[in-house]
Design a protein around this ligand. Structure first.
Ligand code: 5GP
Ligand code: ZN
Length: 118
């Protein structure tokens, strides 16, 4: 199926394979790949192949896809050996610290996380 792509979206390009990435999981709907600038021993991004700008832009028709993203995040964590725990984060908007406007889950692990985040 043809998925809607946003012009000049770096994660749409990664999903399309026109920008290389280190993939750790892929299926028809989602892609998981290593963050270019990891902030933990494991730092994987899980994205929908369809362009959704952020959590705030998700709508009812995305419900199953959003659930699938979280299940894939857990699968990636297991694959990465994060049995002691991990963190899933989705930064949303300017105050949320979002820098790439294509919805993504950060899967972070391999060290103890602090709370609250900065
Ligand atoms: P945000 O700040 O939007 O929550 O997360 C964006 C993340 O994407 C950052 O952690 C950043 O390091 C990562 N990132 C940005 N550009 C690229 C890229 O071209 N390839 C990969 N693998 N990660 C990227
Ligand atoms: Zn996109």
């Amino acid at each position: 199926t043809l998925l809607r792509m946003a012009a000049d979206c770096i994660f749409c390009r990664i999903a399309a394979g026109t920008i290389p990435s280190t993939k750790v999981f892929e299926d028809e709907r989602v892609l998981a790949f290593r963050d270019l600038h990891p902030v933990a021993p494991t730092h994987v991004l899980v994205i929908p192949k369809e362009h959704i700008a952020s959590t705030a832009h998700a709508v009812e028709t995305h419900e199953a896809l959003l659930g699938h993203l979280l299940l894939v995040a857990a699968k990636v964590a297991e694959q990465e050996g994060l049995a002691k725990g991990f963190r899933v984060v989705t930064n949303t908007g300017a105050d949320g610290g979002q820098t790439v406007d294509h919805l993504h889950l950060h899967v972070l692990g391999g060290r103890s996380m602090t709370w609250p985040p900065g």
